[in-house]
Design a protein around this ligand. Sequence first.
Ligand SMILES: Nc1ncnc2c1ncn2[C@@H]1O[C@H](COP(=O)(O)OP(=O)(O)OP(=O)(O)O)[C@@H](O)[C@H]1O
Ligand SMILES: [Mg+2]
Length: 393
Amino acid sequence: MKDFDVNSQSDSFTYLDKDGTFESGDKGVTGTVHQNNVPSPLSGLPEFSHLGWGHWFTLRDLETATNKFSKDNVIGEGGYGIVYRGKLINGTEVAVKKLLNNLGQAEKEFQVEVEAIGHVRHKNLVRLLGYCIEGTHRLLVYECVNNGNLEQWLHGAMQHHGYLTWEARMKILLGTAKALAYLHEAIEPKVVHRDIKSSNILIDDDFNAKISDFGLAKLLGAGKSHITTRVMGTFGYVAPEYANSGLLNEKSDVYSFGVVLLEAITGRDPVDYGRPAPEVNLVDWLKMMVGSKRAEEVVDPTIETRPSTAALKRALLTTLRCLDPDSDKRPTMSQVVRMLESEEYPIPREGRRRRKNQAGAEETESHNRKSNTDSSDRPILMTKARSDHRTNA
Ligand SMILES: Nc1ncnc2c1ncn2[C@@H]1O[C@H](COP(=O)(O)OP(=O)(O)OP(=O)(O)O)[C@@H](O)[C@H]1O
Ligand SMILES: [Mg+2]
């Protein structure tokens, strides 16, 4: 089973850099081992499982790493399987996703897809370190991102750590936008995530966003299993054309991104049956509020220092453009990046082109330098936990 040619698909992802918009720190995305000052999370592991881009783990490796998939190691469970905290024998902390039993999954296809996605690197994407295929078992091994996910910070378990400031929210959404722009516009073939939602945006200690599960929908889509239904995305985030007709392209991700952006601005769930009827659907509520000139009222009341009117308008304008019912009219993700970064409001047309060359470039992952760690970020990114303002906590 391990004899497939690891290099045979190494051209499956071509690195595109037409105009310098995107710059991967791992230019040798096609099978080269990256050179960097930071030790590889895979260093010290037995060579026999080394694939050039990552590791093929045995089930036993991962049993050891997760204390036999102990309940105590469970981080959480989603639509695709259970995620465990683990530690590799070289000390690297990982998250191991044990996929639901998917007997119908074409083995070769799974390998090829995993390898393709394993090559994709960006500072704002969770890194896939390796995988395990054994019998009917399919597991994916990711870098561990330790500071919760956006859903938990906005509505759940991380709230007792404090509330995210406006700046933190915009930093997280901008990072997310950059990673999506990379998946959609910088690699070939492009990757459509299909399940963009706040729980799939993980957060690191410096409040950088890391998108997880990219490529997972594609990986699992080939099989004829109950997981396939999962590929349809998550209620509340799915673009209307995708929900209605199954038509899918990267503009569906743009719509879902718009929902997450709105979630971050308002602190509300995309669909919340605990609210009065006109407020149950977040997107409809926003349109109603904007239509009746009450846009200023939609900001999450837990944000202590409110954004300036210009910043709020910019964020809401970007949201509305992403949520356009006509998918052709939605912006591309690199346009979204520029809209979110723009200092002026309304966003000047001329400035758009000029910024194109900058967008994404400085944020793409560099293996030659540390992430832009700035511990002074922390105080401005969080405010102390205080009484809950949500009506239906
Ligand atoms: N690489 C990772 N590092 C740390 N925690 C992770 C990692 N990947 C996932 N998690 C956490 O594990 C839990 C389960 O994630 P999972 O992706 O299975 O579910 P989900 O995101 O809620 O839904 P979906 O199945 O649609 O992705 C979540 O709390 C998530 O934040
Ligand atoms: Mg997930």
